[in-house]
Design a binder for this molecule. Structure first.
Ligand SMILES: [Zn+2]
Length: 244
């Protein structure tokens, strides 16, 4: 036995098909899991169910410290994450009215744009050709600054759509940081990195894979950033330039 279709449906509706841990919108790429596993006597009840994305589910069962949320969750913690997220989706966020929610989310958005302005690393990722010349490592510094800010638990939108998009951007940035760390190396020019130019002749296949991974990740970051900005403009009624 597992969860009944009704319980699954209730859990998916309550979560808005977002992952209750990382908050990404998952659509069909979501699973309803047991908080207390069947092996440990967990029930097939709504109370024991938590919708999770595939990545967070994989992390729950392992000690993958490479993932930012890689330490093992307690049952209490999982329930709190879930209940907080369900409340967000239901619009029960403890604040009095819509205006207060918008004001708070504007502050979060302002912080996000401060750490990740459109004309900083984002612009660099849009334009840079990783198959070309080396790039200054400082060009990518916004990613680290944003990443640090993500460790602050208050850095979270109240609005579930915006929060889902922010979570998606965060994940794309994690992958981008990893690609830069794995595929680029200090170049001959001080403070610069590049995909090693000699690879192009010595290991052309390796070179091609590295450049492709970097460009794909860069496109994903910019796409996630643009979706968030478009939705924030619509929902919060402000343009990024108004934030300066
Ligand atoms: Zn997740």
């Amino acid at each position: 036995m597992g969860f009944t279709p009704q319980i699954k449906e209730d859990a998916l509706v309550a979560s808005g098909r977002h992952c209750c841990i990382c908050h990404r919108f998952c659509g069909t790429k979501i699973e309803v899991h047991h908080i207390v596993t069947k092996r440990d006597g967990g029930e097939d009840s709504f109370e024991n169910a938590i919708p999770l994305c595939f990545d967070c589910h994989a992390d729950m069962r392992s000690y993958d410290h490479s993932h930012p949320k890689g330490c093992k969750y307690t049952i209490k913690e999982l329930k709190r994450h879930r209940d907080n997220w369900y409340q967000k989706v239901a619009g029960n966020v403890g604040t009095a009215n819509r205006e207060e929610v918008v004001e708070t989310d504007k502050k979060v958005y302002r912080t996000l744009l401060k750490f990740l302005p459109w004309n900083g690393t984002i612009q660099f990722l849009r334009d840079n050709n990783f198959a070309g010349a080396s790039f200054e490592r400082s060009e990518t510094k916004d990613l680290s600054k944003y990443w640090e800010q993500c460790q602050n638990p208050l850095f979270e939108f109240i609005d579930p759509d915006l929060e889902g998009l922010r979570a998606d951007l965060t994940e794309k940035i994690r992958v981008m940081k990893k690609a830069i760390a794995l595929e680029t190396f200090p170049a001959h020019i001080n403070g610069c990195n590049s995909v090693p130019a000699e690879w192009e002749f010595e290991q052309p296949e390796r070179f091609r894979r590295a450049v492709e991974a970097l460009h794909r990740s860069a496109d994903d970051v910019c796409e996630a950033y643009d979706s968030l900005v478009r939705t924030a403009t619509r929902k919060l009624g402000i343009l990024p330039d108004d934030m300066a």
